[in-house]
Design a protein around this ligand. Structure first.
Ligand SMILES: [Zn+2]
Ligand SMILES: [Zn+2]
Length: 155
């Protein structure tokens, strides 16, 4: 079994995931710029049951590039945003973990870049595959084993 751990910046919140993420992606949309205070977010998609968290978090609803919205979870002490639940992913019990809160921060590089239409002009993605103006069709972009794992657990 794979096992990866992470934390917020102050260390009050620690978590672990017990499986490799389904998919990791960078989002350049304007909402992600606001919520990170940076150029893009990197999210790893995981199943809720593979995620265990220690420490106190608070949550709030935030907008998303897709328009559907998300509930974001923050450390109550340092305010670092650890993960979110996209409204559209709820039936699959899929959550989006902020990849760079993992202790091994280079473990899961982005496999796609989305909302590239809002990308900062000084970021150069030439030659990077899986760049999309907005969202992509998951069935054609995600690896087959990830789609299979997602579907097996959706029922
Ligand atoms: Zn913290
Ligand atoms: Zn975004």
């Amino acid at each position: 079994m794979s096992f990866y751990s992470g934390s917020c910046a102050c260390g009050q919140v620690n978590y672990s995931i017990s499986a490799k993420p389904y998919f990791t992606q960078a989002c350049h949309c304007k909402d992600c710029k606001k919520s990170t205070g940076s150029s893009y977010v990197i999210h790893s998609m995981i199943h809720e049951d593979d995620f265990s968290i220690d420490g106190e978090v608070e949550s709030t609803d935030l907008p998303t590039g897709s328009g559907a919205g998300q509930r974001a979870y923050f450390c109550t002490k340092c305010g670092v945003y650890i993960y979110c639940k996209y409204k559209i992913a709820e039936p699959e019990k899929r959550i989006a973990l902020r990849t760079k809160t993992l202790n091994d921060h280079n473990r899961f590089p982005p496999q796609a870049h989305i909302f590239v239409k809002d990308k900062d002009p000084w970021i150069n993605l030439d030659g990077i595959k899986n760049c999309f103006d907005a969202m992509y069709d998951r069935d054609t972009v995600w690896p087959k084993d990830s789609l299979k794992a997602l579907r097996e657990r959706a029922n």
